[in-house]
Design a protein around this ligand. Structure first.
Ligand code: PCA
Length: 198
């Protein structure tokens, strides 16, 4: 029997006045096993620093082969694997602990940026093949999602553990004034397709 690879997959709690976060809604609906990956789910707080701490704590126990984080990107029309994380905290709104850092590093003295170590272009292709809009994103912003991705890429740099991030659009019930959205079924299927090509 083939041994399953271990995937730590995270979604975020709601933030910015929303009552749901599609990232956690979708992550919690994924089956325990996708392709040859065994999934361990983790809901992380939308708080600078703390999201990364919680993910690293879980990774310490699980020793995953890959960590895939998922977050909400309201206003985006498609599912967007992130290519890069930058060493910057620049928040337009407060996080869930009330902090709103501006022009601060994620890690003092760290490199300016890290590239994701999962096959982002293959993920885009696989999601599109399922007839779900997807494109490669070259910026995860400078809020908590970027913070989490940078923290994990820095921690696992040079190791065998691969790290990636996927931003997902609003759910239909969150989208206002003609903002784009995707159903929970489509977002969940997109994640499944992305995991299959990890
Ligand atoms: N999206 C935010 C943080 C939590 C989330 O789901 C972001 O894009 O940074």
């Amino acid at each position: 029997m083939k041994t399953l690879r271990r995937l730590l997959i995270t979604g975020f709690e709601p933030f910015g006045g929303e009552s749901v976060n599609p990232s956690w809604e979708a992550v919690s609906r994924l089956p325990d096993r996708v392709g040859d990956w065994q999934l361990t789910r983790l809901r992380v707080p939308t708080v600078f620093g703390l999201a990364g701490e919680k993910a690293l704590e879980a990774a310490e126990t699980l020793r995953p082969d890959a960590v895939l984080c998922v977050g909400q990107a309201g206003g985006r029309a498609g599912v967007t694997p992130e290519a890069v994380a930058v060493n910057l905290r620049e928040a337009a709104i407060p996080d869930n602990a009330g902090s709103r850092p501006v022009n601060e590093p994620v890690m003092a003295g760290g490199p300016a940026a890290y590239f994701a170590t999962v096959p982002v272009r293959e993920m885009v292709r696989a999601i599109r093949e399922a007839d779900i809009p997807a494109s490669l994103s070259l910026s995860a912003g400078a809020f908590v999602c970027n913070d989490l991705l940078y923290t994990l890429l820095e921690h696992f740099d040079g190791s065998d553990t691969r790290v990636g991030f996927i931003h997902v659009p609003f759910l239909p019930e969150q989208a206002k004034n003609g903002q784009p959205s995707l159903t929970i079924e489509k977002i969940t299927l997109a994640l499944q397709r992305a995991i299959e090509v990890l």
